[in-house]
Design a protein around this ligand. Structure first.
Ligand SMILES: *[C@@H]1O[C@H](CO)[C@@H](O)[C@H](O)[C@H]1NC(C)=O
Ligand SMILES: *[C@@H]1O[C@H](CO)[C@@H](O)[C@H](O)[C@H]1NC(C)=O
Length: 426
């Protein structure tokens, strides 16, 4: 398997919701005649805002109902005692219904007993990006008027969860701000960058917009390295809703520091509960009050269900060296390999890194090492190093979890050395 594209997450503090398990049946729903669907616009007529609210209830998850006024809501199966999840899509370049939205709604309703409302602003979201951006304030006002109707029916502000995709995330932020940050939760799935990277907190999704705000980024604005696709955040979230495997992320100051193995545990500031993607209450962070704003990172595979198992890898030199030492470490299980480079700075005894592996650590049966020669290629480098190799599964909340190879490893420059690795299943 090729090394998976990475993703980073940015979560911010506040409070919120609940989770239950669901598995998605992938049978496509049969279209039902009396169900409402998204509009389709075209490039030339689609720039004026025309909003529809489509309600989906657990008893009939593939049939949208158009709800506008309180009377529609009362006759629709909307249940004010359940939580309400509002999905807001982003810019639609071709004025079409988002391809992911049916599956998203279905999976959400399987995962939790809630009212799901899809906000269709296909009209208004198309044309050129900037005309969509111009509609954001008006759209946010229309959504807040709609939410006020739900409050009249007895819905509590804290039971409302907005899930906004791309530009829809900033719409969610603006709606949240109109409610003074008292809505339960906002989830931003790859909040859009263009026009927003330098926006003020009034204009963009920020930590104050709800009791609990999370943003999941799978793309960046700096194209210095190519990362996964913008829409990956949506598929990652669907995968988390299906609850196939835990997508846990680790607090760290930067992605680089995370890869260098400098962020290994969940102590600070989460007191042992690193956040997870999905519907777990407060992302699974069990502390009160929540920290104000924390960046967390994780690596993913390139296809669903995306989860990886992160391991710390360490190499301890027996003797100090006068130059940096680079060692490539590779984990192998029956059908997967994954690698990382450990750099031991000169005059230091040890270096570390992170390997993300698609199968659990106990299925890894071999580890390979290659001490990278620093010499010119045409001159054979006979330098050897001796050292100790250790590994531990993240989070390393306890150094006692470290497992070391029983014998020292002897490495000659550019020669690959293999060792068996027998790690217990956790
Ligand atoms: C609303 O949901 C609650 C909790 O699941 C349930 O007890 C109640 O019967 C539902 N109300 C209606 C009208 O379906
Ligand atoms: C590797 O093999 C295991 C079991 O044989 C399988 O469940 C898993 O999907 C495979 N992984 C990949 C990435 O092919």
């Amino acid at each position: 398997m090729p090394p998976g594209p990475w993703k980073s997450c940015f979560w911010v503090g506040g409070l919120l919701l609940w989770l239950s398990v669901g598995s998605s049946g992938d049978a496509p729903p049969t279209p039902q005649p009396n169900c409402a669907d998204f509009q389709s616009a075209n490039l030339f007529e689609g720039t004026d805002l025309k909003v529809q609210f489509l309600l989906f209830v657990p008893s009939n998850p593939s049939c949208g109902q158009l709800v506008e006024g309180s009377s529609d809501l009362q006759n629709s199966g909307f249940n004010a005692t359940l939580g309400t999840k509002l999905i807001i899509h982003g810019f639609r370049v071709l004025g079409t219904k988002p391809s992911w939205i049916d599956k998203f709604i279905r999976t959400l309703l399987l995962a939790t007993n809630a009212n799901v409302i899809a906000v269709d602003w296909i009209y208004g979201s198309t044309g050129v990006y900037f005309s969509a951006v111009k509609n954001v304030i008006k759209l946010s006002l229309e959504i807040s008027l709609f939410l006020n109707k739900l409050l009249v029916l007895g819905v509590s502000e804290s039971s409302i969860h907005i899930i906004g995709v791309s530009l829809g995330a900033h719409v969610g932020g603006m709606v949240g701000q109109l409610f003074g940050g008292q809505l339960g939760q906002i989830t931003g799935l790859d909040p859009a960058g263009p026009e927003y990277t330098r926006a003020s907190v009034e204009e963009r999704l920020d930590a104050g917009d709800a009791l609990f705000v999370e943003a999941i980024h799978t793309d960046t604005d700096s194209y210095s390295y190519l990362i996964c696709d913008h829409m990956r955040a949506v598929h990652l979230y669907i995968s988390a809703l299906e609850n196939s495997c835990p997508l846990m992320a680790f607090p760290c100051a930067s992605y680089k520091a995370f890869l260098a193995g400098r962020c290994l545990d969940c102590f600070n500031p989460f007191l042992l509960s690193c956040p997870r993607i999905g519907l777990v209450e407060q992302g699974g962070v069990k502390i009160e009050p929540l920290p104000k704003e924390v960046k967390v990172y994780l690596l993913t595979t390139s296809s669903a269900p995306y989860c990886m198992h992160h391991s710390l890898v360490e190499f301890h030199l027996k003797e100090l060296r006068n130059k940096d030492t680079n060692i490539e470490v590779t984990f192998l299980s029956s059908n997967v390999t994954s690698s990382s480079k450990i750099t031991i700075p000169k005059q230091q005894r040890y270096g570390k890194g992170i390997i993300a592996h698609a199968t659990p650590q106990c299925q890894i049966n071999q580890v390979k090492f290659k001490f990278q020669s620093s010499n010119r290629v045409w001159k054979k480098d006979r330098t050897t190093i001796i050292g100790k190799f250790c590994t531990a599964l993240l989070p390393v909340n306890d150094r006692e979890k470290m497992v070391c190879l029983p014998e020292p490893v002897n490495l000659q420059a550019s020669v690959t050395v293999s060792r068996d690795l027998n790690l217990a299943c956790v």
